[in-house]
Design a protein around this ligand. Sequence first.
Ligand code: HSE
Length: 312
Amino acid sequence: MKVSVKVPATSANLGPGFDSLGIALPIYNTITIEETVLPGTGIEINLMSEDDAIDEMNFSNIPRDETNIVYKAVEMLYNSIGQEPSELKINIQAQIPITRGLGSSAAVVVGGLLAANKLLGSPADETALLSIATEVEGHPDNVAPAILGGFVMASQEDDGSIVYRKLNWPEDWDITVCIPDFELSTNIARSVLPEQVPMQDAVFNAKHLAMLIHAVDTKDEKLMKIALQDKLHQPYREKLVPGMKEIMEAFKHEDGVLGCVLSGAGPSMLIISYKYDLDKIKSIVKEVWEGQSIKTDIRTLKIEPKGAEILD
Ligand code: HSE
């Protein structure tokens, strides 16, 4: 028996919502898990992509044994019901660019878990799956929107439990994802963050996060433009993303552009706009990045509303 699950890309943080907000985007990985009947065949992990943004180099660094994160998540699910996984074949059909801040690892972990859960007769509920996915992947702000779709707040509390809610997102706000041709690992992007931040920066983010939640809920474009600012992670990550500061600066005074933020831990950038010339967005980003010999893949998308889907 085999099960396939299609899982969307995600963009975490949205500026002031560091480690707590994420949205799902319509770029997908499809994960298929097959329990093979031949004992002793071990695990087999295959990765495929027809997307030019994902090259062989990206794939070569991904482990194909028990240390693979998809296998680890699946094993944890089996163990949670007192079972060991049998021989498994895991196929990943990838469209989400890797190490670009678009939740590719959250997508494969979520896909593997949902597929394995279906194979096992659905013993785990959504909260349990979210917990395992967070334990393996580390970022509830990516795994929650990958499962639920849309705009999601998620927090791992001190006792380890995950608190999450799906929130409304204005359908007519455009999201432009700008993906540069260089990688940035989340580990490196987290290593530049300080252990402590000034009190006024923490307060700044609390205020802007409150504004953001209200702006999105009431579709208040004017408030959203003020809300999309951050002092907890983006200023520290600027040095890792050439052109980031210039791109953010270029959109500050463009009416109709509600904000420009780093997507997750970067290096992709996200521009949220309303009734604005999307070609102009592309040309502004291209001008900065191509001026630094960085190739770009720029896509204007609507939010992905549904989240992970088990395919028939
Ligand atoms: N919130 C996490 C970070 C997302 O910014 O490091 C990682 O995908």
